[in-house]
Design a binder for this molecule. Structure first.
Ligand code: B12
Length: 139
């Protein structure tokens, strides 16, 4: 009797954990981390954990963090050719005059790689660490 209850409890817990890894539409949900770094303004880096649908774009993950975690906000502008440009993060916007912008990187074992597309096109991978770094570009 006791072992039947234990087995039942195990099955229920297993079902809950499987459900947690799936969305209501039955698609897999990938965990990702997002860090915001701004050495130019000497701000303390912030890291957020969130999820994105498998095949979903980075924009969705940013929106989810904005909706669920206080202290994270962002704005975008739309470029006619390349789609969404990340304009500001947590109230700090890139400025043409200062040659500043939010660079989008993927970090792996301490190596930072610049994404080759913007937030509206990039599809993060499971456990990927995305970094938004306030940067300058040289003219
Ligand atoms: C210069 C440049 C930049 C500059 C633009 C600022 C400036 N005033 O010069 C800076 C350094 C800001 C930049 C940033 C990025 N860029 Co850029 N950039 C270019 C580059 C080399 C030239 C664009 C240009 O001046 N065209 C001439 C002008 C007259 O035309 P324009 O339409 O007005 O140009 C504007 C757009 O291109 C826009 N822009 C530039 N990059 C990007 C990226 C995205 C996603 C968007 C929506 C708009 C955009 O800024 C330009 C100036 O306003 C192109 C490659 C190329 N040779 O075209 C890549 C290019 C457009 N960039 C690219 C990318 C990926 C990025 C980043 C996402 C890189 C990153 N991981 O951080 C970021 C954007 C991040 C964000 N905050 O959303 C890709 C876009 C590919 C795609 N399909 O999405 C390109 C094609 C390079 C590539 N990989 O082949 N970029």
């Amino acid at each position: 009797m006791a072992s039947t209850r234990t087995t039942l409890l195990f099955v229920v817990l297993l079902l809950f954990s499987i459900q947690g890894a799936l969305t209501i539409r039955g698609q897999a949900s990938l965990s990702i981390r997002l860090s915001v770094m701004n050495d130019l303004s000497n701000m303390t880096p912030e890291t957020y954990s969130t999820s994105v649908l498998e095949g979903g774009v980075l924009l969705g993950a940013l929106r989810r963090i904005q909706q669920t975690q206080p202290g994270f906000e962002f704005t975008v502008t739309e470029d006619p050719n390349y789609g969404l440009f990340l304009e500001s993060v947590n109230g700090v916007a890139g400025r043409e005059q200062d040659q500043t912008y939010w660079e989008i990187l993927s970090e792996n074992s301490g190596e930072y790689t610049q994404l080759d597309v913007g937030i509206g096109c990039y599809t993060p991978a499971e456990n990927e660490h995305i970094v938004l770094r306030f940067s300058t570009w040289a003219k």
